[in-house]
Design a protein around this ligand. Sequence first.
Ligand code: ADP
Ligand code: MG
Length: 321
Amino acid sequence: MGEFDLISRYFTRPPRHALLGVGDDCALLQPQPGMQWAVSSDMLVDGRHFLSTTPPARLGHKALAVNLSDLAACGAKPIAFTLALSLPQIDEAWLQGFSQGLWALADAHGCELVGGDTTQGPLNICITVFGEVPPGDALLRQHAQVGDDVYVSGTLGDARLALEVFRGTLTVEAEHFEAARARMEQPSPRVALGLALRGLANAAIDISDGLVGDLGHILQRSKVGAVLTTDWVADSAAISPAMQSLTMNRRLDFALAGGDDYELLFTAAPDQADGVQEAANDCGVPITCIGRITSTPGLQVLDMQGMAMSRRFASFDHFAR
Ligand code: ADP
Ligand code: MG
């Protein structure tokens, strides 16, 4: 099988909304009148962003999920994506699984594959997503307001828990590991929640490198500070049964600086609290209030007793040493 057979067999379908999809030099997309494009790329590199043990269908899911998570964080509706693939060899079983996981998530979000590139090389998957958002409605990092409540969606720390089990630094019961592993390998992009938070949240980001680090981006861009509580790490909707099985110290590390969560972190004025809760209920995604935006710059992390913690929570940085 050659490159073009591969593209036509695994990555080509008739266009639905695109004017032109896979097959020409460019795809042609028509935005809805008056809408803005939200565009984002994310690359997954073998050994860096995923383990070679990841089943290909889960990898196909994850490659698109991490990109949809960026659209969710902006409150944009997914429309289309491109796929740039570097493959060591043509492995049909792998391609079958990968494309199946990819199409399933794409269909679930009505997001169509309109083009890409395919080359031989180390396994590397780069997706670019295109979403739509009405002018002025995009959720950005820069608009957090002093006094805002800080929330997270879903659960935090599970992906890191699974990674540490794979690394052999931690053992947990089999059912906890399987649940955490599914969160690591098949994150759920919070697209519906992102859309529902338009007009309610002041600022948002998706948590990919760890809560503390990603909250730091909001604080920096919004020129504000925050107080982060940790009592929710003991018991809240944000802590899964798998995380509950760990010591408090480990939970703190994984929930505050774990990475690969792909949950939304957002801020909203206290008088929007009912609307925010309703939006989350409508989407079937739990949310947890974890702190407050302050005028004092920097991030203060409080312990369970409400005292300032001196411990540092480093976020993931590919070039840090
Ligand atoms: P070009 O020679 O113009 O770079 P290619 O030969 O790389 O085009 O690709 C041929 C067509 O197949 C193009 O429409 C391109 O967008 C599409 N394509 C290539 N690889 C992929 C892929 N992995 N997924 C989806 N579409 C792809
Ligand atoms: Mg060309």
